[in-house]
Design a protein around this ligand. Structure first.
Ligand code: GLC
Length: 552
């Protein structure tokens, strides 16, 4: 297998990495079935390298009945035919490494498909040796479900296996039974899967649904959530998941996974943990017993897009993270509304500048670099099981998973067939080919930001200072050696005066393509403008001999 590329300066490549999240069904179809595939991802890697990202994370491509589009796995060590073959993975990894890119896979430890051989055996008889690989309970006292636990996707988190008369637990679909991580053989089998992919050359993993790995084996009822609003909330909010999420044993697994993966080389673990900043910090454990390299920080998905809330979020996160931890930032993913739909296209440009200049490893969701928005899916084309289970409530995730438009042709360079989900109505103009040639496009803004980031150690690794909000404008500084960069972002959308220290500085990049870099910043920030300004006379960077994890 090929080895991962060297990274200049830093021995912790995942600190300076820029992660690009690929939803493989939607990047590039090479066989005309309307579904993206692995050879398609390989074919598009040069485009992604040109954009300037250096790490791709692939949502699952394993064998699966696709009830949750690959998050229901029947074989973690094989490729579903809709995506290709193991040889296609090898080629993808080889090509990526040749281009200087790293590859992360989605690792799904919480559950398998109900069609997985393990579950088929487990459900075959109460005394089957595989039975305890999953979580079983006798019926409750009334003969029904054992307790009030709710599935994320609606309905009870328990399904009766009629043949054996017991219920099995599933945090998600009934077709996604939860594995029992208390069982040592489950742990071993799941670690073997990591090893399998590391041996094939991948550089790390995103840990799916990571908080749900353990449940309280006494199966107590969850407490009711008094703030639950049935008209708008996901039904699982009806209870507080204190017995089914973040159980204490989880943190032993965090430490074990980290120890194991570090012993195999220089790989990264990025956890899917939807929590507030102080809770995120827990996943980093301690310097002597480190946890996740990166604890996925999804706070931007629910934080109000205003300067005060953002400054508060950054400060809370910086304060909460222990010194040995490194931040991560996410603007969007395959489960939540796209950034351009949440805050509009002008502010999505400001958000891009925030993502790529704030301290921490950024995660870019495919298509956000074009300013793609959520696509309305007519009922007859709905694919997502969540939308099918709970229709019309806005939980469905199809709108954010639509195919990438590469050009203005019929299939938008994505497919020669019928795409599995429709393109956005704006794909004729909003596509890679047209944005490449438009200096003011979102694609070029991302490309310029990514270039600037890789040129400026202060942006990649610098400390974070003076984070504050003033009159709708978010300010912060990044410092590395004697290099200081000031970032000012008009989040409020009405422009305003630049702070005095910024006026004499030199513009390195503006979200407004009309403002040319290399000139003094002057007195004002334009409407919905973001600026990166170099302060002081010295524009050189200090070499990264030892990368500090410290913050301010
Ligand atoms: C994670 C994934 C989501 C999936 C769920 C169950 O939250 O991001 O797409 O449906 O886990 O695997």
């Amino acid at each position: 297998m090929s080895s991962p590329p060297d990274h200049r300066g830093s021995d912790r490549w995942w600190q300076t990495a820029t992660i690009y999240h690929v939803y493989p069904r939607s990047l590039q179809d090479t066989v005309g079935d309307g579904v993206g595939d692995l050879p398609g991802v390989t074919q598009r890697l040069p485009d992604l390298a040109e954009l300037g990202i250096d790490t791709v994370w692939l949502s699952p491509f394993y064998r699966s009945p696709m009830l949750d589009f690959g998050y229901d796995v029947t074989d973690h060590c094989d490729v579903d035919p809709v995506f290709g073959t193991l040889a296609d993975v090898d080629e993808l990894v080889e090509t990526a490494h040749r281009l200087g890119l790293r590859v992360l896979l989605d690792y799904i430890p919480n559950h398998t498909s109900d069609q997985h051989r393990w579950f088929v055996e487990a459900r075959s008889a109460r005394d089957h040796p595989r039975r305890d690989w999953y979580v079983w309970s006798d019926p409750g006292t009334d003969g029904g479900v054992p307790n009030n636990w709710r599935s994320e996707f609606g309905g009870p988190a328990w399904t009766l296996d009629e043949a054996t008369g017991q219920y099995y637990y599933h945090a998600y679909l009934a077709e996604q039974p939860n594995l029992n991580w208390h069982h040592p053989d489950v742990r071993r089998a799941m670690l073997d899967i990591l090893r399998f992919w590391i041996d094939r050359g991948v550089d790390g993993f995103r840990l799916d649904a990571f908080r749900r790995l353990f449940v309280d084996r006494a199966f107590p009822d969850e407490p009711e959530n008094p703030d639950y609003r049935p008209e708008i909330d996901n039904e699982s909010f009806a209870v507080h998941p204190i017995h089914t999420s973040e159980q204490p044993e989880l943190f032993d697994v965090v430490a074990e996974l980290r120890r194991t993966i570090d012993a195999w080389g220089d790989h990264v673990l990025l956890g899917e943990v939807y929590v507030e900043p102080d809770a995120l910090a827990r996943y980093h454990l301690t310097p002597d017993r480190p946890g996740l390299h990166l604890a996925g920080n999804f706070n931007l998905l629910w934080t109000e897009w205003d300067a005060g809330s953002l400054a508060d979020l950054v400060n809370r996160y910086e304060d909460a993270l222990p010194d040995h931890a490194w931040p991560n930032w996410v603007l969007g993913n395959h489960d939540r509304s796209r950034i351009a739909s949440r805050i509009g296209n002008a502010q999505a440009r400001v958000a891009a500048m925030f993502l790529l200049t704030v301290r921490g490893t950024p995660t870019i969701y495919y298509g956000d670099e074009l300013g793609m928005t959520d696509v309305i899916i007519p009922p007859e084309l709905v694919q997502d099981p969540w939308e099918k289970n709970v229709p019309g409530r806005g939980f469905g995730r199809d709108p954010v998973r639509t195919p990438m438009p590469w050009d203005a042709s019929d299939g938008h360079g994505f497919t020669t067939g019928t795409p599995w989900l429709p393109f956005g109505a704006d794909a004729g103009g909003r596509n890679v080919a047209s944005q490449r040639t438009d200096p003011a496009s979102m694609w070029n803004l991302y490309r310029d930001l990514l270039r600037l980031r890789s040129d400026e150690t202060a942006l990649e690794l610098g400390t974070m200072h003076d984070v504050r909000a003033q009159d709708g404008v978010l300010h912060y500084q990044r410092r590395w050696g004697d290099r200081t960069l000031l970032i000012v972002l008009d989040v409020g959308g009405s422009g305003g005066p630049l702070p005095p220290e910024g006026r004499r500085g030199t513009v390195l990049l503006s979200t407004n393509a009309a403002r040319r870099p290399g000139r003094p910043a002057g007195a004002r920030l334009g409407v919905a403008e973001g600026l990166v300004i170099a302060l002081g006379p010295d524009h050189g960077s200090t070499p990264a001999s030892d990368v500090p994890m410290t913050r301010r």
